[in-house]
Design a protein around this ligand. Sequence first.
Ligand SMILES: *Cc1c(COP(=O)(O)O)cnc(C)c1O
Length: 382
Amino acid sequence: MKKIQMVDLQGQYQHIKETVDASIKEVLDSSTYINGPLVHEFQADLEKYLNVKHVIPCANGTDALQIAMMGLNLEQGDEVITADFTFAATVEVIGLLKLTPVLVDVEIDSFNMDIEALKRAITSKTKAIVPVHLFGQCANMEAILEIAKEHNLFVIEDNAQAIGADYTFSNGTKMKAGTIGNVGTTSFFPSKNLGCYGDGGAIFTNDDALAHTLRGIVNHGMYTRYYHDVVGVNSRLDSIQAGVLKAKLPFLDAYCEARRTAAKFYNEAFSTNEHIITPKSSSCGDICDTCNCHVFHQYTLRITNGKRDELHKHLLAKNIPNAIYYPVPLHKQKAYVDDRYNEKDFPVTNLLIEEVISLPMHTELDNEQLAYITETILDFIS
Ligand SMILES: *Cc1c(COP(=O)(O)O)cnc(C)c1O
């Protein structure tokens, strides 16, 4: 059996080596390392793939969030609501910009922002909602858009984990995750579903004026060369990374499918074990080809018999990598603790951090590996 990895970037590269190498060589031959033609080509390809008017490439997914918030002219003291159960980047940039983060609890089955908790958190100071499509599963965008409209709030989708996912509205309309709110952001960190070979990120919007503003902010606040109209940042996707991404984008749908296939294997294996709860996958509750909501950036189980930590160690001893995403809720992180929070408001996040465990999930898992992983888990949790 091939050695099992949490993410197999080497195996994936071997399948696309020729295309990726040719793309990188094109950059080397042209020596246009910054703002080269491949950056613009990748941008256009991604706009087409996502069916969005504007993609603004930038240096990483954290910058993408920060720049999106800068572009919306949010001001010190404005409240920005996001989920308590996510990677810290989301709340980090809110703090950096001196906005006020407001963390809310998540849903037990989707791990995404709880709509009732969101409603309770809205005050007269609230300016924006940042839903995170956690682990590759879209947040309840239909409800979030309705609430945003009612209270006149911006919606910034943190789509770092769900690029390629389709969100289906109740009337059947489909949109790509990240293109639904006022603005969406993503990360091309190597292990993300569309990863480059270094750091990279992008911002998406259908708003022409906002896109113009964002293009200036990523480039030192310049709209005309050497005329700086606003305080900006230096945040660029370099040409080599754009070359890698342009080569990989045509494979994204197949990569999502490979992840869903592995997830189906896991789901079926665990379906009858009463202590293992498999991830909810779409609005219809299954890995459904018509909803296609989940792109399984992570495959995350809940272990409900109290043995999650033992399982974590047992699997490592059996050479099965696994991870606890995330071990501490953001409202308990030293950097983000605040008197405003009340433990009673976070029952779900507090439970999830005790129960969740993420299994190997990538595009190269084979059935022999999946059988070994599932059998090892089922032997231990019976
Ligand atoms: C990875 C990630 C980010 C940050 O992306 P970087 O490119 O690493 O800066 C932001 N939000 C979420 C939810 C992420 O998973």
